[in-house]
Design a protein around this ligand. Structure first.
Ligand SMILES: [Fe+2]
Ligand SMILES: [Fe+2]
Ligand SMILES: [Fe+2]
Length: 411
């Protein structure tokens, strides 16, 4: 994709996509942005170099990326987490696959390491990466905040509790810096404020946050892994949809740059599924009307989250209109035919094909004849007949993609 410098900014991409990591049973928690804000504020106070601040920002804005189920996220809200290592290890191995994110791999792995030691890798005290020690301290501060209550009233009590674990779980030197920073009312007010994303962006203003095509692709692939990790039945769904959509875009004559956008849109199309509890995603039967209503919110969330990224308007439409239907019966916008762009029509066909070809909790992947029959029934009323035609004429290509372990890998 031809991206001129400054069009895509990884602060915007991470700030927006991290929202999807913050869905809990009780709604959006905002945890990752607050932890990133505190970590970066602390790093600036200590006077850490720009490159360290950049890596600290990236690691803190996604530090719990390995905690995928809502049950697991709930466990992390205790001050002393029983098993802090499973999500840290998984998160670290997920980010370690991408060259842009390799520097943050170790930081994420150690973000719950206790200062006093007894950590799986044997490190203790200042042998633990400084960035991990910073995240650990501010992460513990964040779990102590009671939402809804006045934050300035809570500040003294929170610092008292942190002091009790200073020297044991958190680095006493970092605790001292944090306590100093926390003297300012503005520190606490920012934490409870709607202005927080803007404040966080401002703190990073002097860092080069330009994202080229390779960075965009790495981040999109990383998030597709998180989305697909929700269920073993969808372990490669986003990558398959991305590969199928990329192929349909090629057959439809899209330019190279637009094909890259289509792949990114495919990788992120189900981002909002992170709002759906795994009990619903994994249910081995038909969803109740109530459960289906929860499921239907996912494309709404994909849309609102991607809206926060400049330069993403087309990617957003292609991704989040994938359940819109030509006859206006789709969701969540109930768009009419003339408001559904070709890219979104391609995504809808790619999603239907992939869902039919994959195993589901209640059935195995369907054979060629059944998929073709269903596509034919939906063609014209729900799905674009030209896109369905392209798929059926070249069906072998798509079957091959569905059989691959990694549908996006080069042949
Ligand atoms: Fe964590
Ligand atoms: Fe956390
Ligand atoms: Fe979907």
């Amino acid at each position: 994709m031809k991206l001129s410098r400054g069009i895509l900014d990884f602060r915007e991409i991470f700030n927006s996509l991290s929202t999807a990591l913050d869905f809990t049973y009780s709604g959006l928690s905002g945890h990752h942005k607050r932890v990133a804000y505190m970590a970066v504020s602390l790093a600036k106070k200590i006077g850490l170099p720009g490159e360290t601040i950049k890596n600290l920002y990236i690691s803190s804005i996604i530090h719990d990326i390995g905690a995928i189920s809502m049950r697991e996220k709930e466990m992390l809200t205790e001050l002393e987490v029983k098993d802090p290592y499973t999500h840290s290890e998984l998160g670290s191995s997920m980010v370690g696959k991408f060259s842009f994110l390799r520097p943050v791999c170790e930081i994420i792995k150690c973000h719950h390491h206790a200062w006093k030691g007894e950590n799986p890798c044997g490190r203790k005290g200042d042998e633990i990466p400084l960035e991990s020690r910073i995240i650990n301290a501010v992460d513990r501060l964040d779990v102590l905040i009671r939402p809804g209550a006045c934050i300035l009233e809570q500040s003294a009590g929170i610092l008292k509790q942190l002091k009790e674990i200073s020297g044991l779980i958190i680095d006493p030197g970092i605790f001292a810096e944090l306590a100093d920073l926390a003297e300012r009312e503005s520190f606490w007010l920012d934490l409870g404020s709607e202005f927080l994303p803007a404040v966080l962006n401002g703190l990073l203003a002097d860092i080069d946050t330009f994202a080229g095509e390779d960075i965009l692709m790495d981040i999109s692939l990383l998030f597709s892994r998180v989305i697909d990790h929700k269920s073993r039945f969808t372990h490669k769904h986003s990558r398959l949809v991305a590969a199928v959509a990329g192929m349909l875009a090629r057959l439809s004559g899209f330019s190279g740059a637009d094909r890259v956008k289509m792949v990114v849109a495919g990788l992120l199309h189900d981002l909002g599924k992170l709002s759906v509890p795994e009990e619903i995603i994994e249910k081995p039967g038909k969803l109740t009307p109530g459960e289906f209503r929860v499921m239907k919110r996912h494309t709404y969330f994909t849309h609102r989250i991607l809206e926060g990224i400049s330069g993403f308007s087309e990617i957003n439409r292609w991704a989040s209109f994938h359940h819109e239907r030509l006859d206006g019966s789709g969701y969540p916008f109930r768009l009419a035919e003339d408001s559904i762009p070709t890219g979104s029509r391609i995504m809808a066909v790619s999603d239907v094909f992939s869902a039919l070809a994959e195993d589901r909790p209640y059935r195995k992947g369907l054979p060629r004849e059944s998929i073709l029959e269903i596509l034919e029934t939906m063609s014209g009323s729900a799905l674009d007949p030209e896109v369905v035609g392209l798929m059926t004429e070249n069906f072998g290509l798509f079957e091959k993609l569905a059989k691959r372990d990694d549908p996006l890998a080069e042949e």
